[in-house]
Design a protein around this ligand. Structure first.
Ligand code: F0G
Length: 358
């Protein structure tokens, strides 16, 4: 069967694959670029905001774009087992694509810091899950060491094929809009995604598919902001566990994207992240996980800044926010919060009464 909907088959000419590459795909990519009317109103000046809803990938995060490439190349090279460190989404994706390819998969995770949905995914796809008493940075160090053994292929974004696959999100945005946006906003954790988008925008621009390059605006969680502070963070903390990272692997790639695009790097607090998550769900109908909300919180923060990157934004500008993972992966965070709920007897009068409608 031809996987003609996956990112490798759609963007083959831009990817390091050949006839000899067995395509391992779950029909990832082609995620909706959803127009966000209320966010656009917030920006004002006739600007248009779009949300790249990456939670609609097969394992419900953007990681599938890179994983189809990493696992396909591993299959081409006869690899039998893959390994990764993860804050949750990479492990879910690696486990799914490895299962599809008939490979073994080992994932190393920080114990107690993975959203339940993501852990459930890694388990059901059949990965061997190792929880460590450490954080993501410790897990990645272990993976680098174990990856030196020939029997394992590392599928973290230090594997360059991951970045290659992830750059296809930028292609899709230009294919839909007919031009690159003026601004691209996204969360930054291990920094592979911002690196990949900048590569994708650059390659499409060089091919004449767009006339401009976007300014790249990256947002880290305030308690896990090594790039922002210019030094690794020993004990990163944030409610957005997906980006709870103190020493990003693609540090240089992220800084290049921000500097070369004339962009901006900033931090958002946990409160701002959770407020952004709720705002997007209750105003635009999009449920995203906390880490993804860093781009929405970042947009709101920039709109408040007097001399920030969006001060004096040109009328009619286009902004794209990547939201990286689906909200259902981490429903605990919602259920732990205090949302009003009503209890009623099984009778109509009581239901209406509890709702204050009687
Ligand atoms: N958003 C989500 C939902 C993520 O899972 C991640 C990273 C990011 C944003 C940040 O992207 O690392 O390319 O800067 N998750 C990795 C993981 C670290 O293991 O799943 P990045």
């Amino acid at each position: 069967m031809n996987h003609d909907r996956g990112v490798i088959s759609r963007y083959r000419e831009y990817l390091p694959v050949s006839e000899a590459t067995p395509v391992v795909s779950l029909n990832e990519g082609s995620t909706p670029l959803v127009h966000a009317p209320r966010l656009s109103e917030k920006v004002g000046r006739g600007c248009q905001v779009f949300v790249k809803y990456e939670g609609l990938n097969p394992t419900c995060s953007f990681k599938d774009r890179g994983m189809t490439m990493a696992i396909s190349k591993a299959a081409e090279n006869g690899v039998k087992a893959v390994i990764c460190a993860s804050t949750g989404n990479t492990s879910a994706s690696a486990a799914a694509y490895a299962s599809r390819a008939g490979m073994d998969c080992v994932v190393i995770l920080p114990a107690g810091k993975i959203a339940m949905g993501k852990l459930a995914q890694a388990l059901v796809y059949g990965a061997k899950v190792v929880e460590i008493d450490g954080n993501f940075d410790d897990a990645l160090r272990l993976v680098r060491e174990i990856g030196e053994m020939e029997s394992f292929e590392v599928v973290n974004s230090i594997n360059p094929y991951r970045i290659e696959g992830q750059k296809t999100a930028a292609f899709e945005i230009i294919d839909v809009l007919g031009e690159a946006p003026d601004f691209h906003l996204l969360p930054v954790g291990n920094a592979g995604n911002i690196t990949a988008y900048w590569k994708g925008y650059g390659e499409y621009h060089a091919k004449g598919k767009s006339k401009r390059l976007p300014k790249m605006l990256g947002f880290q969680a305030a308690g896990s902001a090594p790039l922002y502070h210019g030094a690794p963070v020993a004990n990163p903390e944030t409610v957005a566990t997906a980006i709870r990272i103190g020493n990003p692997a693609s540090w240089d790639g992220a800084m290049t994207a921000i500097q070369d695009s004339g962009g901006h790097l900033d931090i958002v607090t946990d409160e701002e992240i959770l407020a952004g998550q709720r705002w997007l769900a209750s105003n635009e109908g999009l449920f995203i996980e906390p880490a993804s909300a860093a781009s929405i919180a970042g947009l709101c923060k920039c709109l408040e800044m007097e001399d920030g990157p969006l001060a004096g934004v040109e009328p009619g500008s286009t902004l794209v926010c990547t939201v990286t993972g689906h909200g259902l992966k981490d429903s605990d965070i919602i259920l732990q919060a205090e949302f009003p709920m009503f209890k009623a007897k099984t009778d109509k009068a009581d239901v209406l009464n509890q709702l204050g409608l009687s």
